[in-house]
Design a binder for this molecule. Structure first.
Ligand SMILES: CC(C)(COP(=O)(O)OP(=O)(O)OC[C@H]1O[C@@H](n2cnc3c(N)ncnc32)[C@H](O)[C@@H]1OP(=O)(O)O)[C@@H](O)C(=O)NCCC(=O)NCCS
Length: 330
C-alpha cells in the first residue's frame, strides 16, 4: 500500500476578521511628558496622533481571545470549528508554553493544533501564509491566525527614538476552504544580516542578572530606507505573482509602521487614486503583528472595505523579515 497523504481544499479564503484594542488612550501630549518631543514632530514624522496601551487587566491573552471571538462571529463559526491556532507575537513574555495553546483552550477550540511564531511586524502575514497552506494541504479545515502585541511592556519610555511609535492591540482572522481563489501567493523572506536594526537590548537572563528590563531598540533611518526601497519592491512583486494590475486592487493595507513609509510605498507602486489606503496608525500607533488585521477590521467596520474586494497586505519588521499577499475581503 502506498503511503496515504492529506488532501485539502482547492483554495483558501479569509472567512472572518476581528480586532481588540486596549482601553488606555495615550495621546501625543501625554507622550511628551515622557520624552522630549512635540505633538507636531510626532505627527509630521509618523502620522501618529494617539496610540493604545494596555490598562490594568488587559493582556496579550485577553486581547487575543476578544479578537478571536469577534473573528468567529464574523465568519459565522464556533470555537469548536477551529482546528489550528497560530499566534504571532513578540510580547508573550514567557518562553513556554505558547500563547496559542492557552488561547485555543480558553476559546474552546479544544484539541486544536497550536503554536506561536516570532516574525515581529510581518507576523500576521506569515501566519496567513501558513494557514492558507494548512487549509490547502488538508492539515487544517479552519485555522485561526492572531497577531497580538503589548509593546508598551518592552518600550523604554525614556527613549525618544522609539517611545512615541509603539503600541498594543490584537487582530484575528479565520482562514478556511474556498471554491474560488481568494488568497494569492505569499512573497516573503528575511535579512538576518540586519538583525541589529530592531532588537531587544538584552536577553531575559541578562535582564534578571542586571536588574534592568529588556527593551526594544531601533535604528529608525535604517528601517526607513529598507521599508521604502526593498519592501516597496516586494509589494510590487505581490501584485505581479498574483497576476493583478494596480487598477484591479481595491485596498492597500501595509503594516502600520509609519505614515511616511506608506506614502513612499504608494509613490513607488503607482497605485491609482481609487485604491483605499489603511491609515489606522493615526489612532492606534504601531502595534506590530496586530496592525494589519486591526486595519482590515476597522476598514470593514467603516464600510471602506467591502466583501469581495482585493486587498494587498504586507508586513515587515524585526529580523529583518517581511511577508505580503493579496487577500479577498470576507
Ligand atoms: C523613527 C523616525 C520617525 C525618526 O525620524 P528621523 O527623521 O529618522 O529622526 P532622526 O533620528 O534622524 O532625527 C532627526 C532630528 O529629529 C530629532 N528627534 C529625534 N527624535 C525625536 C523626537 N522623538 N521628538 C523630537 N525630535 C526628535 C533629532 O534630535 C534630530 O534633530 P537634529 O536634526 O536637530 O539633530 C524615523 O527614522 C522612522 O520613521 N523610521 C522608521 C521606523 C519604523 O517605521 N519602525 C517600525 C518598524 S516595524
Amino acid at each position: 500500500m502506498p503511503l496515504r497523504t492529506s488532501t485539502g481544499a482547492a483554495y483558501a479564503r479569509i472567512e472572518g476578521i476581528g480586532a481588540s484594542l486596549p482601553s488606555r488612550v495615550v495621546d501625543n501630549t501625554e507622550m511628551c511628558t515622557y520624552i522630549d518631543s512635540t505633538d507636531e514632530w510626532i505627527q509630521q514624522r509618523t502620522g501618529i496622533r494617539e496610540r493604545r496601551w494596555v490598562a490594568e487587566g488587559e493582556t496579550v491573552e485577553s486581547m487575543s481571545l476578544d479578537a478571536a471571538h469577534k473573528a468567529l462571529a464574523h465568519a459565522g463559526l464556533q470555537p469548536s470549528d477551529i482546528d489550528a491556532v497560530i499566534v504571532s507575537t513578540v510580547t508573550h513574555l514567557v518562553q513556554t508554553p505558547s500563547l496559542a495553546a492557552i488561547v485555543a483552550a480558553k476559546l474552546g477550540a479544544k484539541g486544536a493544533a497550536a503554536f506561536d511564531i516570532s516574525a515581529a511586524c510581518a507576523g500576521f502575514c506569515y501566519g496567513l501564509a501558513q494557514a492558507e497552506s494548512l487549509v490547502r494541504s488538508g492539515a487544517a479545515h479552519h485555522a485561526l491566525v492572531i497577531g497580538v502585541e503589548s509593546l508598551s511592556e518592552i518600550t523604554d519610555l525614556s527613549d525618544r527614538s522609539t517611545a512615541f511609535l509603539f503600541s498594543d492591540g490584537a487582530g484575528a482572522a479565520i482562514v478556511g476552504p474556498s471554491d474560488v481563489p481568494a488568497m494569492g501567493p505569499v512573497v516573503w523572506g528575511s535579512d538576518g544580516d540586519q538583525a541589529d536594526v530592531i532588537e531587544m537590548d538584552r536577553t531575559w537572563a541578562d535582564a534578571v542578572a542586571s536588574g534592568k528590563p529588556s527593551f526594544i531598540t531601533m535604528q529608525g533611518q535604517a528601517v526607513f530606507r529598507w521599508a521604502t526601497g526593498f519592501i516597496a519592491d516586494a509589494a510590487k512583486r505581490v501584485l505581479e505573482v498574483s497576476g493583478l494590475s494596480p487598477e484591479e486592487l481595491d485596498l492597500f493595507v501595509p503594516h502600520q509602521a509609519n505614515n511616511r513609509i506608506t506614502d513612499s510605498m504608494l509613490r513607488h507602486l503607482k497605485l491609482p487614486k481609487t485604491v483605499k489606503v489603511a491609515r489606522t496608525i493615526q489612532s492606534f500607533g504601531n502595534n506590530s503583528a496586530a496592525s494589519i488585521p486591526i486595519a482590515l477590521d476597522s476598514m470593514i467596520a467603516s464600510g471602506e472595505a467591502k466583501s469581495g474586494e482585493q486587498a494587498l497586505v504586507i508586513g515587515f519588521g524585526a529580523g529583518l523579515v517581511y511577508a505580503g499577499q493579496i487577500v479577498t475581503i470576507p
